[in-house]
Design a protein around this ligand. Structure first.
Ligand code: ZN
Length: 322
């Protein structure tokens, strides 16, 4: 399998081409397997006079400008390197199409792709979200150290290949249902039952906010009506604005009898660097719900135990022998 990534420039003129500036690729023999070989080609841009903002921000744009390789030469080298392999993968599903768009522009035969795997879509499925996740976010989520610049095609292909260890064949085969016509932020569907004001419970100290989010005692709020213990699996950070040394998070948990409730945790960093604060179950006032809903899905913190459970499942799924 070839994991492919491209950098390109759309320019500002009417020539309808995302002109490829770099082809980066790595070869894997299986999901999560070792990288067998790598390919990298910087291509001298000749089509558009100006670079769009995305292209201007590329860390290796200079290497493309100074390259003596044209698209035909780079593609020829790429075909040779592929050696007849026709299974491709990428972060997003559009790279082969972009490559062949450039082939058509230059009157070259297309790259044959019998299978095209979209690791980005598969990763969303592995995490149980329908959001498109940025490569850097996914790498951070998996604890992959970000030692190489993103938006260099070879580096991005490498990150994409490393992330394949978190994917199962089932994730790869998954296709999303067509999106409903109107997309709205899902409401937390909280219980409408009134309840007495809840005590604020002290928590901490913790070395980092993440330690507080993962701490089991913080993840077990009680139903404000019957006291039954619920479980928090993920926290949403409140929009920043309360300063570097203060953090606020919300989570939803549920009681089988009384429905869903919010849990709020506020943390502050003391002079000793440690984080401590309070956790409580607030009434679901419109303001609190708005604050909960304002956090984007990408910012959501998934608690440690939850990650482990997913990873274990993925590993089992990717190994047919077990
Ligand atoms: Zn209850």
């Amino acid at each position: 399998m070839i994991v492919l990534d491209l950098e390109w420039n759309r320019g500002y003129d009417t020539k309808p081409l995302n002109e490829i500036l770099q082809i980066g690729a790595v070869r894997l023999d299986r999901l999560g397997g070792p990288v067998l070989s790598t390919f990298n080609a910087y291509i001298k841009p000749v089509v558009h006079k100006r670079f769009d903002p995305g292209a201007r921000a590329l860390p290796e744009l200079k290497a493309s400008k100074e390259s003596s390789l044209d698209f035909a030469g780079a593609l020829d080298a790429f075909r040779t390197w592929c050696g007849g392999d026709t299974a491709f993968a990428g972060w997003g599903g559009g790279d082969i199409e972009s490559l062949n768009e450039n082939c058509r522009y230059w009157g070259l035969p297309p790259v044959e792709a019998e299978e095209v795997f979209d690791f980005q879509r598969a990763f969303s499925h592995a995490l149980g979200t329908d959001r498109q996740l940025a490569l850097w976010w996914a790498a951070g989520y998996c604890g992959v150290p970000d030692v190489f610049d993103y938006h260099d095609a070879l580096n991005d292909a490498m990150y994409t290949a490393v992330l394949s260890a978190w994917l199962t064949p089932e994730d790869l085969a998954w296709r999303p249902e067509p999106a409903p016509p109107k997309r709205r932020r899902p409401s937390p569907r909280l219980s409408k039952l009134p309840f007495p004001q809840q005590p604020r419970q002290k928590t901490g100290p913790f070395p980092t906010p993440e330690d507080a989010l993962d701490a089991w005692e913080n993840r077990r709020p009680c139903c404000p009506l019957c006291g039954r213990v619920g479980i928090v699996a993920r926290w949403r950070p409140a929009a920043p604005g309360c300063g570097d040394r203060t953090r606020r998070y919300h989570a939803v948990f549920s009681c089988p009898e009384h429905g869903r409730f919010l849990c709020r945790m506020t943390l502050a960093q003391g002079a000793d660097g440690q984080w401590q604060g309070r956790r409580y179950v607030p009434a679901a006032t419109p303001e609190v719900v708005r604050e909960y809903s304002a956090a984007s899905e990408e910012d959501v913190y998934i608690c440690k135990g939850q990650q482990k459970r997913r990873k274990r499942r993925s590993r089992r799924g990717s190994d047919p022998a077990s």
